[in-house]
Design a protein around this ligand. Structure first.
Ligand code: AMP
Ligand code: GLY
Length: 423
């Protein structure tokens, strides 16, 4: 089978390395992929948001199956377009991808179906938003409605900052059309857990839980990034909490989407906060998380392609999805300065195997691999203990070099502490 993977980051590289293990696949093509992904798949330079071109390419090249990984093409309807041409896909239609594409939609969905989340109000005009803010406790959370490259969330410590956040989104339009509507919600506290799941709208199978590290600097200091590292499983996510989430959040969300006539098929991502009042949804994503995928898929025992095909056919109940009883750690090697300004174009050298080294931002120059982004690599290792996985991934990091490489030194430290506290 010829499989097309749409996307160009570390997540897509992890998906491709996992798919490569399937005996059913004869060829993987990545659109657009990147210079690192080129080691594992044929790459074709088409903008992932150019759905017409992506679809035309898939038809022309007689692709048998497509995996659409990033939020933008999903929300824009890539799966709808590919399905119309008879190409089965892993990923939700745009009608279902709205669960990530509009925070107003997802918050209203949770309210309607009693799915635990932060209390909130939505606003389409600034004056009413200001008036509401004046009645609220601080800190408070302001979210742009639409996709904003993961940056559309502002936590304001006081009224002045909260109003400024609303103004920046609604009047100054720093997130473009995404900020035309805003959600203002209650500030929650507690450990965060990411749970990715496979669902075909009838069955939902949660994957192993994980923990992201969003801040740029050690000890969770510095700016928010796309993610500086992940570990799996997440020690805070006990069996008891998992059961509660399944009953109160995961299955109700799947059912709610069905009732709305927006059946979700693909990877549904639950961003959860374990608050003193129980687990609550912080956000939904309509896709695999990045860099959560880089720790979750290396732990998957079952053939990923078999699962993806089953999801697409609505036969997920026929597959036994299993994960290894191991831990994984992914350390992101970034360009110094990320997420602000940074230099790129430096050669990356490896004195280690590139298995489970997922390339996020690099390009080929002849046979040299050059840095080409803020996040450059996700370096993953698995082991029987989290401690072992952390040690192995940092050892691997030391065997990879490029000028201006920067990485956090404490990925997994908080998780290790949580395990120790549990003992
Ligand atoms: P999101 O883009 O929705 O994942 O939000 C980014 C980050 O903002 C989350 O990972 C949380 O750390 C934080 N956040 C979002 N909503 C809330 C909330 N209601 N209370 C506290 N923190 C939040
Ligand atoms: N790691 C969070 C996300 O993929 O949105």
């Amino acid at each position: 089978m010829k499989v097309l993977v749409v996307g160009n980051g570390g997540r897509e590289h992890a998906i491709i390395q996992s798919l490569k293990k399937s005996k059913k696949i004869t060829e993987i093509i990545a659109v657009a992929g990147n210079g690192g992904i080129a080691a594992d798949a044929k790459t074709v330079d088409i903008n992932v948001k150019d759905i017409e071109k992506v679809t035309a390419f898939a038809v022309e090249n007689k692709v048998d199956f497509a995996v659409v990984a990033p939020d933008d093409p999903l929300v824009l309807g890539a799966v709808n377009a590919l399905n119309e041409k008879g190409i089965p896909c892993f990923g939700p239609t745009k009608e279902a991808a709205i669960i990530e594409g509009s925070k107003v939609f997802s918050k209203n969905l949770m309210k309607k179906y009693n799915i635990p989340t932060a209390n909130y109000e939505t606003f389409s005009d600034m004056e009413s938003a200001y008036k509401y803010l004046e009645t609220q406790d601080m800190p408070i959370v302001i979210k742009a409605d639409g996709l904003a490259l993961g940056k559309g969330v502002i936590i304001a410590e006081n009224l002045e900052d909260a109003k400024a956040a609303v103004k920046s989104m609604m009047e100054d339009k720093v997130f473009g059309a995404s900020g035309a509507n805003v959600v203002i919600e209650e500030f929650l506290t507690g450990p965060e857990v990411s749970v990715l799941s496979f669902t075909d709208g009838k069955t939902l199978v949660p994957m192993v839980s994980s923990m992201d590290h969003k801040r740029a600097l050690d000890n969770d200091k510095g700016l928010n990034t796309g993610g500086m590292g992940t570990v799996a499983p997440n020690p805070y996510y006990t069996e008891e909490i998992a059961k509660e989430c399944m009953e109160k959040i995961f299955l109700p969300t799947m059912d709610a989407m069905n009732k709305e006539g927006r059946t979700f098929k693909g990877c549904l991502y639950f961003g959860l906060m374990l608050t003193p009042k129980g687990p609550k949804v912080i956000e939904y994503n309509c896709r695999f998380g990045d860099p959560e995928t880089q720790v979750v898929l290396p732990l998957l025992k079952t053939d990923l392609f078999e699962i993806m095909q089953a999801v697409s056919k609505g036969e997920l109940d026929k597959v036994k999805v299993e994960f290894k009883k191991k831990s994984a750690c992914c350390v992101i090697m970034a360009s110094e300065g990320y997420p602000a300004s940074y230099e790129k174009g430096f050669e990356i050298t490896f004195s280690t195997s590139r298995k489970n080294v997922f390339v996020a931002g690099a390009k080929l120059d002849g046979d040299k691999l050059l840095t080409n982004g803020g996040r450059v690599l996700g370096v993953t290792a698995t082991a029987f203990t989290l401690k072992g996985a952390i040690k192995k991934s940092y050892k691997k990091v030391e065997k990879i070099s490029f000028k201006n490489a920067y990485y956090r030194k404490d990925i997994g430290a908080r998780a290790l502490k949580a395990y120790e506290e549990k003992k």
